[in-house]
Design a protein around this ligand. Structure first.
Ligand SMILES: [Zn+2]
Ligand SMILES: [Zn+2]
Length: 85
């Protein structure tokens, strides 16, 4: 009987709902490497290198019930240094 009570008590905190509220958010740009692409100019095919970067948004949430935080990251935009499709 005693062990059953102890197990139920240990799981109690999981049943309380979180109160996540946005605490802060920041946007960063990270380099994601480069790649080559070809294009035509004056009937000649040329190759150029394009640098790829991502705009990453990190949002931090805070729960005042349990006094802890969690964060989520999103890719906002993908930037190519060269204009190509
Ligand atoms: Zn919580
Ligand atoms: Zn590109």
């Amino acid at each position: 009987m005693d062990t059953t009570v102890a197990e139920e008590y240990g799981q109690e905190s999981d049943t309380i709902e979180h109160n996540w509220e946005q605490y802060s958010s920041e946007t960063n740009v990270i380099e994601a490497g480069s790649h080559e692409f070809t294009y035509w100019k004056n009937f000649i095919q040329r190759t150029r290198t394009c640098n790829l970067s991502y705009e990453i948004k990190t949002v931090v949430y805070y729960c005042d019930i349990h006094d802890h935080t969690r964060s989520e990251t999103f890719i906002e935009e993908e930037h190519h240094s060269e204009d190509h499709s």
